[in-house]
Each structure stands twice: as C-alpha cells, then as structure tokens.
Design a protein around this ligand. Structure first.
Ligand code: KIV
Ligand code: NA
Length: 277
C-alpha cells in the first residue's frame, strides 16, 4: 500500500472517499491500524487515559507522548502520522507551540500535529503551518478543556453554538489546517461545518456527514473497561476476550496443564537425558 501523504488526504477528500482515521498508542496497535488500511494514525493524548490510566488527558507530558510516538512510527508504514500536542505545551505562545511541534517531528517521527481550540488558536496554527508542519484542528468537545466546558458534553447544540463552531472552523482553515477533528456535535452541525469548508472534517461523535471518521482504538476494541462515550461503537470485546484468555492461562499453570511438550525444547541426544537422572 502506498504511503499516505497530505496529497493522498486531499485526493480522498476531493473524491468524497471518507478518510479512515484511528488512534494508536504503541507498536502493535500501529501495525493493526496500518495493515487494516487506516489512512491517518493519530497518537492521541487519549492514550493518557486508555493506555496509561490517568484520570484525564491533562497530566501527560511531551516526553511521555514522544516515547509512544516513536513506537507508533516504528509500526506504521502507510498511514499519515499525527500526534496530539498535550495540554500546556502550546497555549502559552505561538513560539511554545512551534517548539513543541518541532519535538514531535524530530524526536517523535510524526508528520503532523493536532491541537485543540477554535478561533483563538488561529495565530498559533499559522506559526506552526508556516514552519512547514501540517496541523490538524480539533473543535467541538475538546477534552483538554472539559473542565471549563462543564464536563464531557455535546457541543453546538444551539444555532448560536453551531455558528460559533463554524466561525472557528473557518479560522482554522484560513490558518492552514489540513483537516479538523469535529468531536461530539449533532450531525446537522457537523454537516453545516463540513459543507462550508474546503478542507476535510474528521468526525468523532459527529455523524456520517464528515469527510472522515476517527475513534480511539482501545475504545473501539472494547479494551478499556471504564466509561466509554455514546459515539464509540465496540467492534470487539477486547477486555473480556483478554481476561478470559489470561484466566485460562492462570488455571492451566495452577493445574500443571501448561506448558505441554509442544511448548518445550528437546535435548540433542536421548542418552543425555539418562545422565541427568
Ligand atoms: O486523543 C485522541 O485520541 C483524540 C481523538 C479521539 C480525536 O483527540
Ligand atoms: Na486528543
């Protein structure tokens, strides 16, 4: 499969072919995404919660993210690689944002970055994109700001809210974003935004009208046993499958049923066995 570039993403968008995006957080999850045909692999800061057990996404650092980014890059051949700028690493100034972004490119082997926020982030995004780093926007429910949003809540439920989101989306497009994640908004709002833009929207909890979709891999595989939002379709029950397998392993170890001969190595000569007895 050919490498997905920004041109590939633009071409999918022009042809109205939905852009399939998925998060990955380590080497095996990156390989799964790659082999399954994912166009864009996101090292989302959601990994703080689903892979590292943090209460929210706001404690993870660039250094912690970078280790995951490098693992994902090692497991990815085709997908376009984007990483989330974590909370506190891009809001202070455009310079801070550019410095953080550069780290993801140079030390994380990523191809682009994603950051949360609306019209207020436009100058920052311009700074990063004019330095030659592709930026993905993220509007609607922005988890890093969930406290000030009053929780993980649906956004743009009113005409005023929807128009504000569109204004932000247009500002992000003008600032040079190559795509925008639209999270947890009613489908008519996602449609309103998607139709007004000339860059792809990548929806999560935003209905099917977006130019692409994204989900958190461990969520959609059912491997995260805590809360999962309404918009997560569970394509597998990883937690139950894995728990049952590990329970079986423990049972077999306790009862001497594992390992059996097929899991062992023979001696070179039969005679040598006797010498050991
Ligand atoms: O952190 C993340 O995984 C994300 C996607 C769900 C869009 O931001
Ligand atoms: Na994120």
């Amino acid at each position: 499969r050919p490498k997905v570039t920004l041109n590939t993403i633009r071409s999918l968008y022009r042809q109205n072919i939905p852009i399939a995006s998925l998060t990955a957080h380590d080497f095996p999850s990156a390989i799964v995404a790659d082999r399954a045909g994912v166009d864009l692999t996101l090292v989302g800061d959601s990994l703080a919660m689903v892979a590292l057990g943090y209460e929210n996404t706001n404690q993870i650092t660039v250094d912690e993210m970078l280790s995951h980014c490098r693992a994902v890059a090692r497991g990815s051949k085709a997908p376009f690689l984007v990483a989330d700028l974590p909370f506190g690493t891009y809001e202070v100034s455009a310079e801070q944002a550019l410095e953080s972004s550069i780290r993801f490119i140079r030390e994380g082997n990523m191809e682009g970055v994603k950051l949360e926020g609306g019209i207020e982030m436009a100058d920052t995004i311009k700074k990063i994109t004019t330095a030659g780093i592709p930026v993905m926007g993220h509007i609607g429910l922005t988890p890093q700001r969930s406290v000030s949003l009053g929780g993980f809540r649906v956004q743009g439920k009113t005409t005023i809210g929807a128009k504000k989101l569109l204004q932000s989306a247009q500002a992000l497009q003008d600032a040079g974003c190559f795509a925008i994640v639209v999270e947890a908004v009613p489908p008519p709002v996602a449609k309103f935004i998607t139709q007004a833009l000339t860059i792809p929207t990548v929806g999560i909890g935003a209905g099917s009208v977006c130019s692409g979709q994204v989900l958190v891999q461990l969520d959609m595989l059912g491997s995260f046993d805590r809360f999962s939002p309404k918009f997560v379709k569970k394509y597998a029950n990883g937690f139950e499958t894995n728990s049952a397998a590990v329970k079986q392993y423990v049972h077999e170890v306790k009862h001497g049923l594992f390992p059996t001969e097929e899991h062992t190595y023979p001696m070179r000569n039969e005679d040598d066995i006797k010498k050991l007895e």
